[in-house]
Design a protein around this ligand. Structure first.
Ligand code: DC
Length: 217
């Protein structure tokens, strides 16, 4: 039996994970945060050195808990993968071919066995080019930096808006310019600008798109 897949791509802090999680819950689909997978690999590489990259599959085992916790080799690393050190290195590590090949195959395998809402940068273009619904979520850099500020403050991190804005712009540039599956809107993706939408409104728009799309198939 083939499964339904919903691909949500977009730049950092556009609201992808918050909204994708809610959509998945509502549809009773599995939610897969692919950015968290790249972050887990980055954490491992920072701890063990770049030498592990060429044979990454033999070093790493990534799983998700029922509340979307991220486990790296059976250890809960949900908080560690959001550290500034991981954030500052994740674009570099995620541009490496061996890392992408390994994670893309894992992501495709998950979609073969479950209905999924998957968010990331290359889901609609590379990971699941035949996804049933594709959304490219965007928001202005100022709005995204403000959202990230609220998240970081809630985590107890003291970081200023200017630093966050610069970090978001730098990461988007790197993710968009890289050679292998860069951040780009798939031709058949629907653009959703969340700059002036509440979380409820964005969720509702996606649910509507899914209902429209699946009804006509
Ligand atoms: O969504 P996020 O900010 O947690 O993602 C962290 C980084 O991982 C992002 O800067 C680029 C990379 N990434 C990627 O290259 N491909 C994906 N499908 C998801 C994330």
């Amino acid at each position: 039996m083939s499964h339904i897949s919903i691909a949500i791509d977009g730049p950092a802090a556009a609201g992808k994970s918050t909204i994708a999680k809610r959509v998945a819950k509502k549809l009773e689909f599995l939610y897969i945060d692919t950015g968290a997978m790249y972050r887990a690999v980055t954490l491992y590489v920072l701890e063990h050195g770049d030498g592990v990259i060429k044979d990454i599959a033999s070093h790493i085992h990534i799983t998700f808990g029922i509340n979307d916790e991220v486990y790296l080799n059976d250890k809960d690393v949900s908080a560690e993968i959001r550290s500034p050190e991981v954030t500052n290195n994740v674009s570099r590590v995620s541009a490496i071919g061996e890392v992408r090949t390994y994670l893309v195959e894992m992501q495709r395998e998950i979609s073969r066995t479950s209905n999924v809402v998957m968010d990331g940068r290359d889901i609609g273009t590379t990971v699941l080019p035949d996804a049933d619904v594709k959304i490219f979520m965007q928001a202005s850099p100022a709005v995204r930096a403000q959202r990230r500020l609220l998240e970081e403050t809630a985590r107890g991190n003291n970081i200023d808006l200017a630093t966050l804005t610069a970090e978001i712009i730098r990461r988007d540039e790197f993710d968009s310019m890289r050679e292998i599956s860069p951040l780009v809107q798939a031709e058949d993706a629907t653009l959703l600008d969340t700059s002036h939408l509440s979380i409820d409104e964005a969720e509702q728009k996606i649910i509507q798109l899914v209902e429209d799309k699946l009804e006509v198939q």
